[in-house]
Structures are given as C-alpha cells and as structure tokens.
Design a binder for this molecule. Structure first.
Ligand code: CA
Length: 228
C-alpha cells in the first residue's frame, strides 16, 4: 500500500495536498488535528509516510512527530513548515522527522519528497540478505537494524541508510552531495543541510562521546568519513 498521512488543519491546504498525492498514485489519509493523526495511524499501521503541519490546534506537529517516533522508527516523516519558521526546521529534524517542506510548495516538489521517502521507508527496496560487521557495530541489512556492542540502536530509516553508506565505505571521505544522492536519491532536490542535521542526530545515537566523534568524523569543507 502507498499510504500517506496528511496532517494539516487548514482545509484548503489539506485538500491541495491530498488531491496531488492521489494524482501521484498515493492513498492519502487525512487528519485535521494531531490527536486525530495519531488515531488514524493506529488504524493504518502500514502508512509509509506522514506529512505533519507544525502549527495546529491542540498538540503541535513536533509533539505528533515525537509520539509517532516513540513507537515507529520505520515511517517517513516530513514536516510542513511556514517560511518564518526557520528554526522549526532544525528542531523538527531533531525530534525525528526525516525531511521538511517549506510553504508554499509546488505539487511537484511535494511529490518528489514523498517519493524519495517512500523508497527509503522500504516500500520498493529489494531486501539484500546479510550483515556488515565492524566492531563494535553490526548492521543487519535484512532487518535494517543496527547493534552496537550487541545492543540495538533505534534508528529511523534515513539514519539506517546513512549508516549503511558509511559502513559500505569504511575510511572513505564522502562528500555531503554524495551522501545526499545515495540516501535521498538523485532526483531529490532538497538542501545539503539535511545531511548535517541527520548526521548530528546519528552521532547522538552511536558515538561514545558526541563532543569528540570517532566513528563518523568530519572532513572539513567536504563531508564525512566512517572512522578516523
Ligand atoms: Ca496549521
């Protein structure tokens, strides 16, 4: 199923999004409030992507994002932000969103973002059996899970994809563009900053000391590298 949840309290914007998603072949599920969105997700646990508006009556989009991520690391989450909410973007990504779209957005832009996340969320990716073992890490490419010292590290699908790129290229300096291409897809036209934000969050989860990262190291002015 190609289910996408659309949480937006303004009915005109919601209809615009829903019409365009349906045209692109998605099954759009509508919600007007955060509470309703969480309820709809319980009814449709196979939802692949959620679009979350931030300013809402009742609980806001960030809180909805946090509550979804508490139990679901697989779903792709895109925050819908207003132009004046620059800081909200970063905060949104730090609470577990995978991407954001700034209003007003074109139908093509929105669909491209949803397509990219839909692929990442496992909809169409062939399951390659196997493991990549690089102590203390063990990446299981069949279950799409990561362990550090035998303990499961909870990752979003985007974070998992970044880890896979790194672990497949140990010691190689990867540019931010290269990471963006490999993880989000070549047809993605977002900003490079999304790479940095996701890596910052990934470091919080996997590094021994976030102040002095030794697994994901920064290659200044270029990108990142797996290992020192
Ligand atoms: Ca709103």
């Amino acid at each position: 199923m190609r289910k996408v949840l659309v949480l937006e309290d303004e009915s005109s914007i919601r209809s615009f999004i829903v019409i365009n998603l349906r045209r692109a072949g998605y099954d759009a599920i509508e919600a007007e409030t955060g509470e309703e969105a969480l309820e709809k997700l319980r009814e449709h646990p196979d939802t692949a992507v959620a679009l979350l508006d931030i300013m809402l009556p009742g609980i806001d989009g960030f809180e909805v994002c946090r509550r979804i991520r508490a139990t679901n690391s697989r779903i792709g989450i895109i925050m819908l932000t207003a132009r004046s909410q620059e800081m909200d973007k970063v905060t949104g990504l730090m609470t577990g969103a995978d991407d954001y779209v700034t209003k007003p957005f074109s139908p093509a832009e929105l669909t491209a973002r949803v397509d990219a996340l839909f692929r990442r969320s496992g909809g169409e990716e062939p399951a390659a059996a196997g493991e990549i073992r690089q102590p203390p890490f063990l990446l299981n490419t069949q279950n799409r899970t990561l362990e550090k010292n035998g303990q499961r590290v909870k990752l979003t699908q985007v974070e998992y994809s970044i880890m896979k790129v790194f672990m497949e290229h140990p010691g190689k300096a990867l540019s931010r563009e290269e990471i963006l291409d490999k993880v989000w897809g070549r047809d993605y036209f977002g900003e490079l900053k999304i790479v940095d934000v996701n890596i910052r969050r990934l470091r919080l989860k996997i590094e021994d000391n976030v102040q002095n990262p030794t697994y994901i190291t920064t290659v200044w002015g270029f990108g990142y590298k797996w290992g020192l």
